[in-house]
Design a protein around this ligand. Structure first.
Ligand SMILES: [Mn+2]
Length: 309
């Protein structure tokens, strides 16, 4: 039995790749199953509601004996603790940061496309196999989600080609994409602390502790202004709890394709204004185009390194 899985608390890309690739292996007459550990994200929840099921098992440990294929990650720190490195037979990922030396025995495919689901879809496409309805919907949703409906700079032609190919085999309702984005945008006074904590990432660059909360939501400006007092209060708490030097709230408007940045103190405002070339960020500022956190990070590194001299 081959077990296909990704990182703990998988996003929809990870879930789609696990289910899709397990199916692809079964089409090649291998025994394979998809599993995940931790929590399944909001978008996978949405697809599960839409389909009525998802062919993926929740596990907590117990993978010691399994042959493993990793999808959507190549970081052994991110995966279930019970997986043995020497049992990993294949890795398929779309991120630059890959630890190839951690997988001496694995077949590796690391291609820098917008979504790992594109790489899984290509396996079906290139072998002339049409995925099941479940995999078609999941892989399509994952590509759309990971590329922010093809507006993000990580999008490649390969992502677009595979999404178009999948679309031919799925009857995707008109409002499906906006409903999915809407579903994950749910942020309110009750869940605000939980959402901010989940979407928070921290970096240490040249001794500075920097935090970025990235929310991917529709109607970013309206949602932020409605919750502004609560948002500022919770962000201040995060900044002091984590002893950060600088903290940025970066809201990606997934419908209109821009960012809305906001800071809660003058040091952070000054830092992010200079590093990102923006102004008046304390009051909230809109950018042209989308900047995902992985694109913001190198700008911060460059700014801090330049400032050293
Ligand atoms: Mn991914």
């Amino acid at each position: 039995m081959i077990t296909v899985t990704g990182y703990i608390n998988p996003d929809i890309d990870c879930v789609a790749c696990s289910i899709g690739y397990a199916e692809f292996l079964r089409k090649g007459l291998k025994e394979a199953q998809a599993v995940y550990s931790g929590d399944i994200g909001k978008e996978s929840e949405f697809v599960k509601k839409y389909l009525g099921y998802l062919s993926i098992l929740h596990v907590s440990g117990g993978l010691e004996e399994d042959q493993i294929v990793l999808v959507d990650t190549s970081d052994v720190e991110s995966i279930d603790l019970s997986i043995k490195k020497e049992n990993i037979i294949e890795v398929i990922d779309h991120r630059k940061l890959s630890y190839i030396h951690d997988f001496p025995k694995a077949k590796m495919q690391i291609d820098l496309v917008g979504s790992c689901a594109t790489l899984i879809t290509e396996r079906f496409h290139d072998n002339g196999i049409i995925p099941s309805k479940e995999s078609v919907i999941l892989l399509f949703s994952a590509i759309v989600s990971n590329t922010v409906n093809f507006m993000s700079n990580v999008t490649t032609q390969r992502d677009k080609d595979m999404a178009n190919w999948l679309k031919k085999y799925a009857n995707i309702p008109q409002d499906y994409i906006s409903d999915m984005f809407e579903y994950k945008s749910e942020i309110n006074r009750k869940n605000i602390e939980e959402v901010l904590t989940e979407e928070f990432k921290q970096y240490t660059i040249l001794g500075k502790k920097i935090g970025i909360v990235q929310l991917e939501i529709t109607e970013a400006i309206r949602r932020v202004s409605e919750l502004e007092n609560d948002l500022r209060e919770k962000l201040c708490k995060i900044k002091s709890d984590k002893e950060l030097d600088y903290l940025l709230l970066s809201c990606v408007d997934i419908k209109e394709g821009f960012n809305y940045f906001l800071t809660i103190d003058s040091e952070s405002s000054d830092f992010f204004e200079k590093a990102l070339g923006i102004t008046a960020v304390y009051d909230g500022v809109k950018s042209e185009g989308i900047y995902m956190r992985k694109e913001i990070y190198p700008k911060l590194v460059k700014y801090l390194e330049d400032r050293k001299y």
